[in-house]
Design a protein around this ligand. Sequence first.
Ligand code: GLU
Length: 291
Amino acid sequence: MDGNTPIRTRFAPSPTGRLHLGHALAARVARDLARSQPGGRFLLRFEDIDTPRVRAEFYQEIESDLQWLGLPWDEAPLRQTTRGAAYEAALTELRAKNLVYPCFCTRREIQSELAHMAAAPHGPEGPVYPGTCRHLSAREREGKIAAGLPHAWRLDSRMAAEHAGPLTFRDLRFGTIAVDPSLLGDVVLARKDIGTAYHLAVVVDDAFQHITHVTRGEDLLPSTHVHRLLQNLLGLPEPVYLHHGLFLDEHGKRLAKRHDALSIAALRESGLTPEQVRARLPSACERVGGG
Ligand code: GLU
């Protein structure tokens, strides 16, 4: 990225639940970074590919919550469900380079395989895919596909690492980080049911929306290793990252759907003003570094 390009950030919620204070923090970090320089833009993207979990009413609720909080976005919001062709094209490119393979395993088969391994591979988020389908021959793969077996597509992380060579990404808080392509193993890039997946869609859309700075919670730091690898493999630009601290509950746990009492809607309905809700977020100097 050239130093004169205006900053573009995005807030990328999934319309699968109500916004809570953790989302408000993420949106504010992205908004503030965009506003830190003249001409900066703060965008809204609905990460709605997980259609079985999406509920139509949440698009509008999320927009209303952001407006109410005083975090309006620039430009029309992007919905990932309109971007299927772009994800398909990216997957086709990776297939042509032999960097992905079809995976026919069910969740249960993967669990049983891991349970029988003497040393099951682990990443920061738990066990990683044991690589069962990586070992299928081209003929076996074709046979299963021709037989109509449902399959996901997985990144061949070893081939991808070889193809890309050493990579790094730059984070405004953590500095330069060396990419570990095996950190999350052979991640799914296209789910059996929806034909794409988070890692692929997010990388394709950050490039599409010309995002210069990707801000996200530090819980997603391991995913960024995969994203930087995919950007390289797909010839996409490299954004700067800012992995911010999370908003934690009183037990030190990341907020999730179970924290409905901390949803923006519930706080608003309890009579709090936007100023009072914003005051519950970590202050300016804390928000980048901690919760
Ligand atoms: N949709 C993701 C979330 O809600 C955003 C992830 C990202 O920033 O890449 O956590």
